[in-house]
Design a protein around this ligand. Structure first.
Ligand code: AMP
Ligand code: MG
Length: 487
């Protein structure tokens, strides 16, 4: 039986761009392949049903990287980037490559990008490998974020590969894996920055036209080139601002917001030392090596704006300044709008219900919610899951019923803050039409997760894997994060 994964509708869009953008590489040969995760949800997007594809097929395609019908070899992509604000011209796919590009049933082109598939010309002495724990963490992050409505890459597969790796940040030797990511594109801000650094404007133009043609095709009808470029940059700015607002309202800290981790499609990807935040704290920082908190939870909107400014610098000379400025100017208002919409939605007030509330009152409710969370050091996911579980329609008329059990168990200072907050919340609820109060409940139940993969939860599933090779707790947690809400 031929392997259906090797004969998907592969295309060569990136390969056809020219070899100035990549290097052909060979995958590592691994001593063993044990399939730990296959994403049948993504498989369906590719037009295949899970029972058509055996585990052996997965391993041949996404562990052994057998030749697919794209007709081109694995391609390590070239890029540079700003890492913690310093320019690094020695980056590039150092442990990954583009295995193929595939047209999904929605008509869009997706990348199969690997992580941990062996060294490349960009490995800089690294082993080109991914730890099993790193792979498990990326599966959990991407599946959790996807379920929470964040525009994220997916993890297509995770295969354990039987090597012993040495790492400074994990007890070593530690187990190895290879992962395949399913994403809209692996073209990064840093892909453009490299070409700007190398002073190759023709290659920038070619890449930009490629990005617009494939990932922003709705702009192709704009005849004037500069107008098209300006619209594209604004579109990207809005996508990025939207993404950051999605992270923030998911309580997610990406941790490594370098420009090589910024996708040109505005999609979130590459989950290393990420963390979902427990106690609400804007200064919460996920990466142990982020000493100054540059990429803390609360700094994410500003950090991504800084990255967008750097991209604008790389595009100067190709895109006229007015177009770049217009795009940059769109970032903050888009961020505020999406952040407000999503925070209100977490409080049960969907954008449609919010039309009943004056804008000032919406803003005050959001500010007072964040202030309550920060002052009381409450757990961000717990606050919203508790609100969801305890919600009663009679909260609309009586503020003293709101989170009454929580208030009773709070110390005097927290109780007073909670009391002020719930009065404000009740005033907002009281302005909604009474027949809409069930809609608030439905909104809470379909928005707020009951489980997010906080660090202790991830550590708790990791212990049985390392001690007994028991994967059941991982699969149990995965199921919960894939279906995190009550409806
Ligand atoms: P990341 O922090 O995963 O975004 O990677 C930053 C850069 O380091 C990229 O150029 C990676 O390809 C490279 N890199 C990270 N880990 C390894 C490794 N184990 N071997 C080779 N290159 C690596
Ligand atoms: Mg990266």
């Amino acid at each position: 039986m031929p392997n259906p994964l090797l004969s998907l509708p592969y295309e060569s869009a990136l390969a056809d761009l020219g070899d100035e953008y990549y290097d052909a590489v060979s995958p590592a040969a691994f001593p063993k392949h044990v399939l730990r995760f296959r994403n049948d949800d993504v498989l369906r997007q590719l037009g295949l049903s899970p029972n058509e594809v055996s585990d052996r097929n997965w391993i041949e395609a996404f562990g052994q990287f057998q030749s697919n019908t794209s007709g081109h070899p694995a391609l390590a992509l070239r890029y540079h980037g700003y890492q913690f604000r310093s320019y690094n011209p020695f980056l590039g796919d150092g442990r990954g490559f583009l295995y193929g590009q595939v047209r999904a049933t929605n008509g869009k082109l997706y990348d199969f990008g690997t992580k941990g598939s062996g060294p490349t010309p960009y490995s800089r002495g690294g082993d080109g490998r991914l730890t099993l724990k790193g792979g498990v963490r990326e599966v959990l992050a991407s599946e959790a974020l996807h379920a929470l409505g964040v525009n994220t890459s997916r993890t297509l597969s995770l295969i354990e590969t039987g090597e012993a790796l040495q790492r400074g940040d994990e007890p070593s030797p530690t187990r190895s894996s290879v992962m395949v990511r399913f994403s809209h594109s692996h073209i990064r801000f840093g892909t453009f920055e490299r070409l700007s650094y190398l002073k190759q404007p023709d290659l920038i133009s070619r890449l930009l036209n490629h990005v617009i043609t494939i990932y922003y095709p709705h702009l192709l009808s704009i005849e004037d080139e500069q107008t098209r470029y300006a619209h594209w940059f604004t579109d990207l700015s809005e996508r990025l601002a939207t993404l950051v607002a999605q992270w923030m309202t998911a309580g997610f800290c990406h941790a490594v917001l370098n420009t090589d981790n910024m996708s040109i499609t505005g999609e979130s990807f590459d989950y290393g030392p990420f963390a979902f935040m427990d106690e609400y704290d804007p200064r919460f920082t996920a990466a142990y090596f982020d000493y100054s908190g540059l990429y803390s939870y609360g700094n994410q909107p500003g950090a991504c704006y800084w990255n967008l400014e750097k991209l604008a610098v790389a595009l100067a000379g190709i895109v006229e300044p007015a177009g770049l400025e217009a795009g940059l100017a769109q970032y903050q208002p888009t961020y505020s709008q999406v952040f407000c919409d999503r925070t209100l939605t977490k409080l049960g007030i969907s954008p449609q219900l919010a039309t009943h509330l004056p804008a000032g009152q919406q803003r005050e409710l959001i500010a007072s919610t964040l202030n309550l969370l920060e002052q009381t050091h409450v757990s961000y996911p717990d606050f919203f899951s508790t609100l969801t579980q305890q919600f009663e329609p009679n909260w609309q008329t009586d503020p003293t019923l709101i989170l009454s059990a929580t208030l009773e168990n709070s110390d005097a200072e927290a109780a007073s803050l909670l009391d002020q907050w719930r009065q404000r919340y009740q005033i907002c609820l009281s302005q909604l039409p009474p027949d809409q109060i069930q809609t608030v409940q439905a909104c809470l139940r379909s928005t707020n997760p009951m489980t997010v993969p906080l660090r202790p939860q991830i550590e708790a599933i990791w212990a049985p894997i390392t001690e007994d090779d028991n994967w059941q707790p991982f699969y149990d947690l995965l199921k919960k994060v894939q279906h995190p809400t009550l409806v």
